[in-house]
Design a protein around this ligand. Structure first.
Ligand SMILES: [Zn+2]
Length: 88
């Protein structure tokens, strides 16, 4: 089974809805999504807690259905986010 790639800053799966970010030289980032990382820099220079709140809000406002949002709000904890490379 292929392991799903996810952004190592916000934890969102990298797929066609959430493209990869870009490095300074224009190549695609292998680790981060376009919302978090563009041209080799963070799009949002937020603290861990600020980023967590921001991401939660973004998920809640996305076009996921209620059921997906329910699962996500259980899964998407600070503990989960701490495991991502950016916050290690
Ligand atoms: Zn991200």
């Amino acid at each position: 089974m292929k392991k799903e790639k996810q952004c190592q800053s916000c934890g969102i799966p990298l797929d066609k809805n959430t493209p990869q970010g870009t490095e300074e030289d224009g190549s695609l980032s292998l680790k981060y999504c376009i919302h978090c990382y563009q041209n080799g820099q963070w799009t949002l220079d937020l603290s861990f807690d600020e980023m967590y709140d921001y991401n939660l809000k973004r998920f809640q406002e996305s076009d996921m259905n209620k059921f997906q949002k329910m699962i996500l709000s259980k899964m998407y904890t600070k503990k989960f986010m701490r495991k991502l490379d950016r916050w290690k």
